[in-house]
Design a protein around this ligand. Structure first.
Ligand code: FUL
Length: 465
């Protein structure tokens, strides 16, 4: 085997990354002092008295998320304003000093257990309230003490999410974050949790608009881990080898064969760093009553879902609880519609009774998988009776790395083979959409792969339009 492609496909996910990827559709919950001050970024000077939900109900949050088919959620335990939604021993700038002293993180953890959702936390390193912010070790001690609380008191967490914002604190100083120290606390207490965005396990997609690249690779240059945010970038010091050619999380090509070849030639290294799409259901990350009529449309959300979850990424859809302390009826109704729609399209594999030429039961969604013997392969799928399809779902066995570089889906229509879809990457899950077509015979042509391709699952679906 060519040592170059061998090198690319020897990059594999960790168990925690694979478990995270399987969550597919997840939620962000931006909730805190900004919810009550009607702001996006607080300045840290707010009073805990401002926090006053009239009817906090984290069960209701979970019900709304479940109705959309969401599997996990991340709560903003502390945003840049430094106000803590949990019972921390290290500051009085928290819910416990508000008119409603309820540990929101604990309440959500209980609700998540009740409804079978996983929970993660966002803890902003930028803290505009902490007096020690910008002091160096003293602030790191504070931040680690809060991480210690969050990672030991609330049961298993699936994700710790760090954005890269690094502004000034109350005394006008900036903090240089000791990331490795923060990571060590998480690895010690929550070894199964991924560390996302400013972390080694999950890559920021590069935008907050819900856009996923048509070719989304999980094998990317290792230096992506340092450059996904401007804050992380500004903290880089010794990246001399690459100064001439900086990498940005916004770049369209992060993982093609040519691009990675160039990277290796320059002395770079590769890592498994899968993408997460964070996007809000409304214009803001926090709840603002004036945005009640700006909840994204069902059509738009379904499109984002299909391109992210079905584009080798995880969707992290932000749904901000309102001043009552609940998911607003406008968002809750949209989530239910979205869930109904996803269930109606994807619950049933219309190819389940078909025959696949690869000799492996690839039409059953289980842990087994097929591996071809050549870099190009064809799998014919024949149905007993013709069926109308609008979607084909392909899943690679990503524990064997990401191998497929180009594929097409062909259908025999009136005795002629026609192209239904042409694609590049597959990865964990690829959703391919096309105009309704009645088919009996399909051909999945893998036109190029790094080494012998794998497929774990193929499904066909129909969406009534
Ligand atoms: C950013 C923050 O500045 C926004 O307020 C929001 O929390 C977003 C998810 O991350 O870095």
């Amino acid at each position: 085997m060519d040592s170059f492609v061998n090198k690319l496909t020897s990059v594999r996910p960790s168990e925690r990354q694979t478990a995270w990827q399987a969550l597919g559709f997840t939620a962000f919950l931006h909730y805190g002092i900004n919810t009550f001050t009607d702001r996006e970024w607080g300045n840290g000077k707010e009073s805990p008295r401002d926090y006053n939900p009239t009817d906090l109900d984290t069960d209701q949050w979970c019900q709304a998320l479940k109705s959309a088919g969401i599997t996990a959620c991340i709560i903003t335990a502390k945003h840049h304003d430094g106000f803590c939604l949990f019972d921390t021993a290290h500051t009085k700038h928290s819910v416990m000093y508000s008119p409603r002293p309820v540990d929101v993180v604990a309440s959500l953890a209980n609700s998540c257990t009740k409804y079978g959702l996983k929970m993660g936390v966002y803890l902003s390193p930028w803290d505009r309230n902490a007096p020690t912010y910008g002091s160096g070790i003293e602030y790191d001690d504070y931040f680690c003490a809060q991480l210690e609380e969050l990672t030991t008191k609330y049961g298993p967490l699936y994700s710790l999410w760090f954005d890269g914002a690094c502004g000034e604190g109350p005394n006008g100083k900036k903090q240089v974050y000791d990331w490795n120290r923060y990571y060590a606390v998480i690895r010690k207490n929550q070894p199964d949790a991924v560390i996302a965005v400013c972390g080694p396990d999950v890559r920021w997609i590069g935008n907050e608009a819900g856009y996923t690249r048509p070719s989304e690779w999980s094998v990317v240059p290792s230096r992506m881990r340092k450059t996904e945010t401007t804050a992380a970038l500004s903290q880089q010091s010794d990246d001399t080898a690459f100064r001439q050619k900086p990498l940005s999380s916004q770049d369209e090509d992060l993982g093609s064969r040519d691009f990675l070849e160039e990277e290796l030639k320059r002395g770079g290294e590769l890592c498994w760093y899968p993408a997460e799409v964070d996007v809000s259901i409304r214009p803001g990350w926090f709840y603002h009553p004036k945005e009640d009529n700006q909840v994204r449309s069902l059509e738009n959300l379904l499109d984002i879902y299909e391109k992210s979850v079905g584009g080798n990424a995880v969707l992290l859809l932000n749904i901000p609880p309102d001043t009552k302390g609940q998911i607003n009826p406008a968002d809750a109704a949209r989530l239910k519609e979205l869930g109904d729609c996803i269930r109606s399209i994807y619950s049933q594999n219309l190819l389940a009774d078909a025959r696949a030429s690869c000799g492996h039961n690839i039409l059953v969604d289980d842990d087994t998988y097929w591996m071809g013997s050549n870099e190009t392969e064809e799998i014919e799928i024949s149905l007993e009776e013709p069926k109308t399809l609008t979607h084909i779902v392909l899943c690679e066995q990503t524990t064997e790395s990401q191998r497929i570089e180009a594929f097409s889906i062909m259908a025999e229509i009136d005795g002629k083979w026609c192209v239904l879809y042409e694609g590049t990457t597959v990865g964990f899950k690829k959703i391919c959409r096309f105009k309704p077509v009645e088919v009996r015979n399909l051909n999945i042509c893998i036109k190029q792969s790094r080494v012998s391709p794998t497929l774990r699952y193929i499904a066909g679906h129909y969406e009534e339009r």
